[in-house]
Design a protein around this ligand. Structure first.
Ligand SMILES: *Cc1c(COP(=O)(O)O)cnc(C)c1O
Length: 222
């Protein structure tokens, strides 16, 4: 296998200018993140709070840390002081917990709402109906420190490329509906986080602005 730097360059060449690369480094040792950093990568995605905090202490300060995993409300406080973006807000309760922690320290926190688009029940996220309901009830007005910057979704793990395309297409339609609806005139709402190693090609076709690539860069997770 080629080196981490070469794999990062490869993905950057594949992506249109409108899609950023989030290097998903979860479960990989800090040496591999350093290698990616030395190759110019600055945006990293982690999915566990303790692991993220430990790695952050060992690496340079100019890294943008994205929290991409499911987040427990009791751990919110630990990442709110420094995290660049939280990708997987999957309940109103979690959203309000982030708002509370952010307001306590007076820091704005960028968040994405995770939408359930896959067939697997194990995947998290709001349904379209739940998400519309929460937004129509006026939640945005209650958020002084949380900035809702867009949506995130994970497609079904399947070889059926049409199914994956359909799911990303549905998410893109919903994103456009909100952008032209409740978020119209709100410039924060501009991110669509979708696509991983196995399905980023489809995700980019449907307007992804952030692809989250793990194994394609760092190899299999142990
Ligand atoms: C692990 C993970 C990824 C990266 O998956 P790969 O298949 O290794 O690219 C992307 N997004 C989320 C939410 C993840 O948990």
């Amino acid at each position: 296998m080629t080196g981490i730097g070469e794999r990062i360059s490869y993905y950057k060449r594949q992506l249109p200018e409108t899609a950023r690369l989030v290097a998903v480094s979860k479960f990989h040792p800090v040496e591999m993140l350093s290698e990616a950093y030395d190759a110019g990568q600055r945006v990293f995605g982690e999915s566990r709070v303790q692991e993220l905090i430990a790695k952050r202490e060992m690496l340079p300060d100019d890294i943008e840390w994205h929290f991409i995993g499911s987040l427990q409300t009791n751990k919110v406080k630990q990442i709110v002081p420094f995290v660049s973006m939280i990708h997987a807000i999957d309940s109103e309760r979690l959203l309000l917990a982030v708002e509370k922690a952010a307001s306590a320290i007076g820091r704005e926190v960028r968040c994405l709402l995770q939408i359930h688009i896959a067939r697997e029940e194990t995947k998290h996220g709001f349904s379209f109906v739940e998400c519309r309901g929460m937004l129509d009830r006026g939640i945005i007005k209650e958020l002084k420190f949380v900035r809702i910057c867009g949506l995130m979704g994970m497609a079904t793990f399947t070889d059926d490329r049409e199914e994956i395309a359909r799911e990303f297409g549905n998410l893109q339609n919903f994103y456009m509906e909100l952008k032209e609806g409740v978020f119209s005139g709100n410039n924060d709402f501009c991110e669509l986080s979708m696509g991983m190693t196995e399905d980023y090609v489809e995700a980019v076709k449907y307007g992804s602005t952030m692809v989250r690539i793990g194994s394609g860069i760092f190899g299999e997770r142990i």
